[in-house]
Design a protein around this ligand. Structure first.
Ligand code: GAP
Length: 458
């Protein structure tokens, strides 16, 4: 990232200083891998989720949303395979007692040149041995063998010990879409091909090195399952690859910072799988996944639940279990990519550096900031603020010089600053300043509303 000013340290510091993201449980010394979104951050994240939903549900011809329970019948996780095989290969350093993922050690050591996804546990152990990969925490070379730990968080339900039942915090939202396949199909009278989407929390007991909100133990997923007939799956898989990429480009991502990464090693049931990787401050990493999962998920749920999950084609009465093209993206991981992409340090002609976040206006926390030039113009400015708040997320600032107020808004990525001055009292016009070009124009209240409506659409 030689040409980019962004580093993870700068992002973390900016996020904390500007109310975007705080360390979780901070006053108690924090809790590893947890983060809290602040007033600005929650607006940005909600806008990301809204933009995704609009694109993949509202604007889709045949996609429907659900909001399924986080706690599901434990049989769901048996059917999905999570209870038996949702695990990471972990090794403990016998010297400093820290735990590490063997695949991460290999990836970091080889700088991404070796893909541990294609290796068995034995092959990973051999690679670590042969290349003498030391513990990143204490620098020693004294590893246990690889052991696998299930990533699901367990809890229990029931009021007495006898009635306790082990249940899990869902590790992905996808199963809520699969188990509701027939409910949605029937109630929406949906014809295959159609989609079911969900946005919600997922939980994984990850052991990871930092990287801010990239990999956390609690995160949000935005998942979309496209149910289609076998034979049409390949074309839909390619279509979803393109749709997933276009969504990112339309959000303002530089194409040079995105790439497809096809998986070499496929799950036994999968026909194809790829990620879109983003060039994060720490390097190329998975941003989202697109998978052709065949009829595996519905077949497994049919087997484990004993309920028939076949679709009946209304045209010819043909019965079949649809194939699934899954598109899955983490809202927090996308947030980190959006923050990294937006971050800029701009050298001004006077030698000063301007910190600015170039968010797409649809994603910015506030579409505009209303700034009275002087405090005695506050009543006029607040009059417009009340009107604008009914239409957009906007903020207000009357503290400090106008230049300082512009800079504060630049740092949180507010695309437009609207200054109310003495001319406003005369002719009703206000100065609208563009965050990126810093150019200004005078517009009336009605013109500003039309202007923001056009610029902030996604
Ligand atoms: N249903 C498929 C599924 O869950 P995944 O590759 O494990 O597939 C999908 O997760 C996406 O969820 C990832 O591409 C990533 O964006 C996000 N994600 C996964 N684990 C995460 C974690 N621990 N923290 C933040 N985001 C995560």
């Amino acid at each position: 990232m030689a040409d980019r000013a962004v580093t993870m340290e700068k992002l973390v510091a900016l996020c904390k200083a500007r109310g975007i993201i705080f360390p979780g449980s901070e006053i108690y010394g924090g809790m590893g891998n947890t983060w809290d979104y602040g007033p600005v951050g929650v607006e940005i994240k909600n806008n990301i989720k809204r933009a995704w939903w609009k694109r993949f549900v509202s604007e889709s011809d045949n996609s429907y949303g659900v909001d399924a329970a986080i706690l599901m019948n434990s049989r769901v996780w048996e059917a999905s395979g999570h209870t038996t095989s949702f695990s990471d290969p972990k090794m403990d350093c016998k010297k400093c007692k820290t735990r590490h993922r063997a695949d991460n050690l290999i990836e970091a050591y080889s700088k991404g040149a070796v893909n541990p996804d294609t290796m068995s546990n034995e092959e990973m152990e051999k690679y670590i041995e042969e290349h003498h990969i030391n513990c990143p925490n204490c620098g020693n070379f004294d590893w246990t063998n690889i052991r696998t730990f299930n990533l699901m968080f367990e809890t229990s339900r029931g009021v007495t010990d006898e009635s306790q039942n082990k249940i899990y915090l869902r590790p992905e939202t996808a199963q809520g879409e699969f188990v509701n396949f027939l409910n949605v199909q029937r109630t929406a009278r949906a014809k295959v091909p159609f989609g079911i989407a969900q946005v919600g929390k997922a939980f994984r007991n990850e052991i990871t090195p930092g990287n801010f909100i990239f990999r956390t133990i609690e995160f949000e997923q935005m998942e979309h399952q496209w149910f289609c007939k076998e034979g049409t799956d390949e074309a839909f898989y390619n279509e979803y690859k393109e749709k997933a990429m276009s969504f990112l480009v339309d959000l303002g991502f530089d194409k040079e910072h995105l790439r497809f990464h096809d998986h070499d090693k496929l799950a036994h049931y999968a026909r194809a799988a790829c990620d879109i990787q983003y060039l994060y401050p720490m390097g190329w990493q998975e941003l989202n996944g697109i998978h052709n999962r065949t009829d595996y998920d519905l077949s497994r749920h049919q087997e484990f639940s004993g309920k028939t999950l076949t679709y009946v084609d209304p045209m010819n009465g043909e019965r079949y279990i649809p194939y699934v093209i899954e598109y899955s993206i983490g809202a927090d991981r996308l947030m980190l990519a959006v923050l990294s992409e937006a971050y800029d340090e701009e050298k001004l002609e006077n030698g000063e550096v301007r910190n600015v976040m170039h968010f797409h206006p649809a994603i910015a926390a506030y579409k505009a900031a209303i700034l009275p030039l002087q405090k005695n113009l506050a009543p006029k400015a607040k009059e417009f603020l009340v009107r604008l708040k009914k239409l957009f997320s906007v903020t207000y600032d009357e503290a400090g010089s106008i230049g300082k107020r512009y800079r504060r808004q630049d740092e949180i990525g507010t695309p437009y600053c609207i200054t109310v001055d003495f001319d406003t009292l005369e002719d009703g016009t206000m100065t609208v300043r563009d965050r990126d070009t810093m150019e200004q124009q005078r517009l009336t209240a009605e013109q500003i509303i039309a202007f923001l409506t056009e610029k902030c659409a996604f």
